[in-house]
Design a protein. Sequence first.
Length: 153
Amino acid sequence: MKALPILLVLLMLWSAIWRPGPGDYVARELELELPSAQTTDTYDDHGGFHGDGLLHTELTFSPEDGARVEEAVSHHPSGRWNPFPMDDKMESFLYRGGAAELAGWTVPERGWWYLLDRQEDREGSMFQRSSFNYTLAVYDSAAATLSYLEFDT
């Protein structure tokens, strides 16, 4: 019985100290099991009115781990991952004046993309709204890089 209070104190300390990294967050949001990234770059300016802003994370993997990531996204059970190229309308929306352009992304020649519309009132076309709330992820096969962003206006 004496071990229970000690265990509870250790669990409380661990939960206070451990914070998930950007790779853990991306993996959870995309429902993927990701290997450890070789490099991670994150930018987040959510903090504006009602949490508006741009969260942008890039995870670069070794070629071997990149192949595992590509396998995971290309066979993801959600069916939300699509192979490049995008259709012109979607590419224009995201990369020419959209969040991918804000994040400094370039369109990969080959890879996979994922888009989740998180807008609460999904009336009308996503292309015609005055505000946006979406998640975009792009896996660049040649660079073994998974780019993730959340855009909220």
